[in-house]
Design a protein around this ligand. Sequence first.
Ligand code: G4P
Length: 525
Amino acid sequence: VMMKNTENDINKRRTFAVIAHPDAGKTTLTEKLLLYGGAIREAGAVKSRRANAYAVSDWMEIEKRRGISVTSSVMQFSYNGYNINILDTPGHQDFSEDTYRTLMAADSAVMVVDSAKGVEEQTKKLFKVASLRKIPIFTLANKMDRQAKPPFELMDDIEQSLGIKSYPMNWPLGSGKDFKGVYNRITQEIELYQSAGAHGSTKLEKTTLGKSELPKEILEELEILDEAGEEFNVERILRGELTPLYFGSALTNFGIEPFLQSFLSLTTPPVARDSNKGKIDPGSSDFSGFIFKIQANMNPAHRDRIAFLRICSGRFERGMSAYLTATKKKIRLSQPQQFMAQDRVIVEEAFAGDIIGIQDPGIFKIGDTLSETDQELAYSEIPVFAPEHFAKVRIKNSLKRKQFLKGVTELSEEGAIQVFRRPNMAMEELIIGVVGVLQFDILSFRLINEYGVEPIIEPLPYRYIRWIDEGYNEKTFMITLDTLLVKDNDERLCLLFQNEWSTRQITDRNKDLKLSEISLRTSNI
Ligand code: G4P
């Protein structure tokens, strides 16, 4: 008999994603959170990268070189009685589809901004993706130990660039070499730090002082904030309409622990999630969840494939089975694992809010729902972003065709690329679609490193895709010269266009044709 989960197990859970423009300090922050959570004893095993590192910042091999942060895209740790799941998101917009999928599994987001640079290009794109989910977003104005923009300017920048107002939870005391700590607006205390030397590799103690010790100019700034700034409003924060803003330095640890404490107390435990059966209460005793990410070859020695599952309700127990509702088959969820800093550990039990990895023998798809009791349950679908770049992909050595097809298939099942074929054409020629061109680099890198095949990738001029919903007749179909008819992996016909103008040309010439801009994965309904 399964034990019922207690409300407390769920209320203690916090599941969030970190988003940031490359170099803003996402890796450093993650590492420091692990440090304060006791998951690592010393921070700073990191780095040696630089030159175009951002280009492949999500990239395992390369990530490994720079340390812990990211071979696994999710990590668990506990702090002050909370069980925390941190999800890593790629910093580059070319992987925004991956970011979106990851955000589907998160209940809130932490946005790291470089205080000297302000809101950068990728921050804008990532914020846009995060705000689609309407989850609370917490902002860390990082790198205050460097010469930073004045705090009011940063607030203005956030509002102008992202369209969201901020509520400073603390206020910096100086910046650059003079950054001494922060004034906490909630506890009304000054939190002072003293540098512990090399990259804050160990925890810092803070000294607290009363508000009366604040210098005059800071008191004046705080007065302006109280009078002209936003009101503190938890509901607006939870709806993602107001972002709590914290100043700090992930490198020196100044302000990082209070940030963590405040963030954990403000952000929500797992909330009820939408499904085809209405909202599913996380406290329900039936286990359920969905797959939001699939990753092959995480451990090159084992050539395994792991499906990442966000638990939405109930309690997971090692050895349990659940319906894969897309096929209505009951499946044993084998080798459940969680990721703690550098280690993977087998999960004995997990609760709503937790992210676990399970072995995927090739049966799961992104967006699949798993349920202990309900064969029909389906959580909201995860949309597939329309690719904007296409290329013809072949292999140099045709003897390796089998490995090539395996690689391409697996990578498309992971959602790393989308595969198209021209009807009635040989399998040798595949058309690959991606949202951002860097995905081609990843494709090439992974085919070489994981499958031992060297691809030839020839860019194609197409920029738009439309799925054919209805009205296609092979005999009467009129196509323009700059348009290509292809089939996606689900055998759905689609058209690739070089410009928007030709999309209209096609519908003018083929009156019954109905086209759509997105393809929802239909497997789980
Ligand atoms: P990312 O994951 O967002 O890409 O950023 P990451 O944490 O890797 O940090 C990028 C660079 O910024 C690193 O420097 C890191 O040390 C530095 N950094 C992060 N947080 C802070 C901070 O609060 N203050 C300062 N001054 N620097 C910070 P690097 O040059 O790549 O490495 P390193 O050799 O300096 O460590």
